[in-house]
Each structure stands twice: as C-alpha cells, then as structure tokens.
Design a protein around this ligand. Structure first.
Ligand SMILES: *Cc1c(COP(=O)(O)O)cnc(C)c1O
Length: 432
C-alpha cells in the first residue's frame, strides 16, 4: 500500500491545479504561495511531533525543528517589530480562539465587528464559539460602509467589554488602530487586531500597523502574506514581568501573568497538541520572501490593482461600497445591474472568474443571496498582472454581470479569461 497512489485524489488535485491556472482567482482571502513554500509544506517535517516550544519540548529529536521554529519567529519579530510571537496556531480561527482563551473567562463580555458588515465569525458571531461561550456584542459600519469610530466609542463606554476584536474580512479602508486602541484602553479593555487579510500590506508598510497600539495581533499567513495556510499571534511585553492589568482582568491575584505567556499557554497546552512543523517551515520561507524589495513592490501593486478595478466598476455604473479602496479588496453592490450576489458569483464562475457573494452594509437581502460580491487582487497580482489587465478584467466582469443569463457571452468571456491566464503562468515546476 505504502507507495501506491490514490489515483482519484491525484487526478482531482491535478484538475484543481489547472483550475487555478486557467481561471482568474479574485477571492480576496486567497493567493498563490511560492513553489518553495509548497515544497516545505509537502516535506518530511510533517512526520515529527514537537509539543511544546523550542527548547521546551515534550518529545525528543527536535534539534532541527527547534531551529526552524526559532527562525520563523525571528523573521516575524523583525518584520512586524514585536517582541513575542507564536507561530503554532493551526489557522486563523484557532489563533483567535487562543486569544479569547488566554485573556477571557467564559461569559465575559467581548465585542467585535458584525459578520454581515465585514467582521469574522470568530469576532463574536452567535453560532461561533466566540458568540456562544462569551457574551458578545457587535458593532457595524456607518451607512456608507466606513468604520464608525464614534459609535464604537460610545458602545465601549456603555457596554464596557473586556476584549475588543478589530479587523475584517470585507473592509476596503484603512483601519485606524491607534484610535481604536485609545477607545479600548480608555475603558481598560484589551484590543485585539486581527490582520488576517491585510498582514502582507502591513508587513510591506503600505497599511498602518497595529503594533504599539493593539495588545495582541492575530493573523493568518496564507492571505496577502502569501505563505502556507497557518496563523501567528503577535504581541509585545516582558515575558518575565507580571502585568497587573492582565492579572486583574484574568482574576488571578498572585503572580506571573503577562500577555505573551498567557498566549503561549493558551495555544499549547490550552487548545492544541503538536504544532504542524511543515507549516512552520513554510511560514519561515514565506517570511523570508516578505523581507525582499519585490514583496514591497508586490504589496503596492495589489493596492494599485484594486483601485484600478474600483474606478472601472464605478465608471460602469456599479456601486462600490465606500466609493473606493485603500487595500486589496473591493465590495460591490451588484443590484443596480438587476442581479443578486449569488447570481453574480455563479455567472462569473462559469466564465472562470472566482469571487464570492457578500453582504453589503445594511443589506436588505438574505446572507445566502446578498446584494454584493467581494473582489480581491492579491492572487492576480502574484501572477504579475497590473493595471492594464485590471481594465480588461473589469470589462469582462461587467459584461458577465449585464448578461448573466447569456450562455454565449459567458463562453466568450471564458475563452478570453483562458487567453489572459495563459500569459501569466502560476507555477513552473509544480505538477500537483
Ligand atoms: C480569514 C480570517 C480568519 C480565519 O482564518 P482561517 O484560517 O480561515 O481560520 C480570521 N479572521 C479574519 C479577519 C479573517 O479574514
């Protein structure tokens, strides 16, 4: 059995590679990680158990794993300018879970952005653990789709949550972490900045960093950061020095509780067992790539591409929420074209353009068939596409939205999509 391959799985993976190559990947949370990251993800590192942290493992044989994990951590510290980092969370949601587990008790009041306004499930959505184990209250955007800092401030003042999550999955504007930290800290709440979407932009210095403002920062590593599917938790603070604020919040009076060690203990042994060492190595490689000049150019181009798309869509009569973008994504209300978000997602998929349906602020339609779609540029920018390609693509998208029931037009656009994709190959050596 051991060397036999399950043909069907390999065939399906091959088909998925072709789908990724031949289509326009415009889901804002996706990207193409590098061939070197892929190699490490498929490496023998997956064989090893290493519960614990470098130098403090519960298994032998971790000489090299320790070095890999330390290199990943050191790169992240350097890139983001923090003093403490945990690279072991299995993904973004478990990373957020670890933050609640570290800083809150069940039933504590927590606050986050409503999912339907661009927040994440783990920011207190009712069916998620964050809305079930904690008393969650949720803020929205203003009617134009901008964060409403005054409304957030008054909610914090009256509700006095213990912990506040900021950061989003469908928000196209700069987030003022400094202001949010002032608001949170004025009521002694912890501020957690979840930069899962914008981490690559923050790393490249093209979006303001929450470092120095937020108490804890969580991020995925597979979105704009362009690494493997994984996550990190970043914070600063003296690991040997007890922090009174933390002790008070946690309700422990005696001793040595500080944010970095609470986070580490929440990840392991609080929530997880052995870290995914192949992912840790992939994160290290991705962070190595992030430190290059090319990555800074890449991050700038992501934004230029998104802004080009936003302008083209607005010129064609679509409603771009907030009237533009400062980052890698745009949220469009497609209903002016007499089409719903699901219909748009479906018609675009038939033409080889992958986006996702998304609620728009104060959407009057149901979350299952909302008014909008979310479109992102990180993956296309990785392929090397620039403003000229964005103009072509926006024109194709508009044509589909206006003719979503016309199979002939969809077929024609599909061919144009394939032709464009052929000029921007994603991988050279990877065959599956
Ligand atoms: C993607 C995302 C997450 C969750 O990441 P997973 O890896 O899908 O669990 C958490 N928060 C935000 C803001 C995200 O965009």
């Amino acid at each position: 059995m051991i060397n036999k391959l399950d043909k069907i799985i390999f065939e399906l993976t091959q088909k998925e590679l072709i789908r990724q190559q031949d289509g326009l990947e415009m889901i804002a949370s996706e990207n193409y990680t590098s061939e070197n990251v892929l190699k490490l993800m498929g490496s023998i590192l997956t064989n090893k158990y290493s519960e614990g942290y470098p130098g403090k493992r519960y298994y032998g044989g971790n000489e090299y794993i320790d070095q890999i994990e330390n290199i990943a951590k050191n790169y992240a510290k350097k890139i983001f300018g923090v003093t403490h980092i945990n690279v072991q969370p299995y993904s973004g949601s478990p990373a957020n879970q670890a933050v609640y587990f570290a800083l809150c008790q069940p039933g504590d009041k927590v606050m986050g952005m409503n999912l339907l306004f661009g927040g994440h499930l783990t920011h207190g959505w009712k069916v998620n653990f964050s809305g079930k184990f904690y008393e969650s209250i949720q803020y929205t955007t203003d009617k134009d789709g901008f964060l409403d800092y005054d409304a957030i401030e008054s909610m914090v003042k009256t509700e006095k949550p213990k912990l506040i999550f900021v950061g989003a999955t469908a928000y196209s504007r700069i987030i003022d972490f400094e202001k949010l930290a002032q608001i949170a800290h004025s009521e002694n709440a912890f501020l957690v900045a979840d930069i899962a979407h914008i981490a690559g932009l923050v790393a490249a210095g093209v979006h303001p960093s929450p470092v120095g403002h937020a108490d804890v920062i969580t991020t995925t590593t597979h979105k704009t950061l362009r690494g493997p599917r994984g996550a990190m938790i970043l914070c600063s603070g003296d690991e040997s020095n007890p922090t009174k604020k933390v002790d008070d919040a946690i309700g422990w009076s005696e001793s040595k509780h500080n944010i970095p060690s609470l986070i580490d203990r929440a990840v392991f042994p609080g929530l997880q067992g052995g870290p995914h060492n192949h992912t840790t190595a992939g994160i290290a490689q991705a962070l190595y790539e992030v430190q290059s000049d090319e990555f800074v150019e890449y991050a700038k181009q992501i934004i230029k591409n998104a802004q080009t798309l936003a302008n083209e869509f607005m010129n064609s009569g679509l409603k771009v929420i907030t009237g533009g973008t400062d980052n890698h994504l745009i949220l469009i209300d497609v209903t002016p074209f007499d089409i719903t978000g699901s219909q748009a997602e479906h018609a675009l998929e038939l033409a080889g353009i992958t986006v996702n349906k998304n609620a728009v602020p104060f959407d009057t339609r149901s979350p299952f068939d909302p008014s909008g779609i979310r479109i992102g540029t990180p993956a296309l920018t990785t392929r090397g596409m620039k403003e000229n390609e964005m103009i072509l693509i926006s024109e194709m998208i508009v044509r589909i939205l206006k003719n979503h029931n016309n199979a002939e037009i969809i077929e024609k656009v599909k061919n144009e999509v394939k032709e464009l994709c052929d000029k921007f190959p994603i991988y050279k050596d990877i065959i599956y």
